[in-house]
Design a protein around this ligand. Structure first.
Ligand SMILES: Cc1cc2nc3c(=O)[nH]c(=O)nc-3n(C[C@H](O)[C@H](O)[C@H](O)COP(=O)(O)O)c2cc1C
Length: 202
C-alpha cells in the first residue's frame, strides 16, 4: 500500500457543486458504493442501507419535493446556518439540493441505533474518496437527513425500500465536474480550525 497516494487522495478531496450532464457509469458507481459498504461500523453492525439513484425522473422529483418541503419552513434565529440557508434558498426559484448531479447515493440506518449517523458518515467519506480517485466530483448532501422525519419523503423512500425503522442520515452527490480541466477542484481549503494537541512522553 502506498501511503503517499492514500494521503494525496484524502488531501485533495473537495466538494463539487457543478456537474456535467453526463452519466457516471455503472462500473464506477458499483465501485463507489462498494467502498461505502466496506466502511467500518459500530459493533460491525453493517446496518447502513444504500440507495444508488441515477433515474433522472426520480432525481427531479426529489429536487421538487425537497424544495417544496423546505419552502414551507421558516428560518429561525439560532438555527444551524446551512439549514437556514437551505430554507431561504428553497423559497427562491432555482433551488436544487443535489446540484443536478447525475447520481445521488443516499444512506439510511436504523433510527434507534446509536451509531446510525456515524456509520453513514464513514460510508460517505469512503465513497467521496473513491470518487476522487476516479476523477469524479462529489459533495455531501444533508437535506434528506434534515427532512428525515418528513412524511412525504418517508413515504417515497419507503416505496423505494426504506424500512419502517430506518431513517436517512446523509447522501452524496456524484458526477463529472463541470470545470475547465474536467477534473475536480483539488486544492484543499486552508485549515484554520481542527486544532491538534500533542501529548508526548515527557
Ligand atoms: C456533515 C456534513 C454536511 C454537509 N452538508 C452539505 C450540504 O448539504 N450541501 C453542500 O453543498 N455541502 C455540504 N457539505 C460539504 C461542506 O460544505 C464542505 O465539506 C466544506 O465546506 C469544506 O469544503 P471541501 O469539502 O471542498 O473541503 C457537508 C459536509 C459535511 C461533513
Amino acid at each position: 500500500m502506498n501511503a503517499h497516494d492514500a494521503f494525496e487522495l484524502i488531501r485533495t478531496r473537495r466538494s463539487t457543486r457543478k456537474y456535467l450532464d453526463k452519466p457516471v457509469g455503472e462500473e464506477a458507481l458499483r465501485q463507489i458504493v462498494e467502498a461505502g459498504r466496506l466502511a467500518p461500523s459500530g459493533s460491525n453492525s453493517q446496518s447502513t442501507r444504500f440507495f444508488v439513484i441515477t433515474d433522472p425522473a426520480l432525481l427531479a422529483e426529489l429536487a421538487v419535493t425537497v424544495k417544496e418541503e423546505f419552502a414551507k419552513m421558516e428560518a429561525a434565529p439560532g438555527m444551524y446556518a446551512s439549514m437556514a440557508g437551505a430554507i431561504r434558498a428553497a423559497k427562491g426559484e432555482r433551488y436544487v439540493f443535489h446540484y443536478n448531479a447525475p447520481a445521488l447515493i443516499v444512506t439510511a440506518n436504523k433510527k434507534d441505533y446509536g451509531n446510525n449517523m456515524v456509520d453513514c458518515a464513514c460510508a460517505l467519506e469512503n465513497m467521496m474518496l473513491l470518487a476522487n480517485a476516479l476523477d469524479l466530483g462529489s459533495c455531501w448532501i444533508n437535506q434528506l437527513r434534515w427532512l428525515n422525519e418528513n412524511e412525504r419523503l418517508l413515504r417515497r423512500f419507503r416505496e423505494l425500500g426504506l424500512m419502517e425503522d430506518e431513517r436517512i442520515y446523509g447522501a452524496v452527490a456524484l458526477g463529472w465536474p463541470d470545470t475547465e480541466s474536467g477534473l475536480p477542484e483539488r486544492e484543499p481549503l486552508p485549515r484554520k480550525g481542527n486544532p491538534v494537541q500533542w501529548i508526548m512522553d515527557s
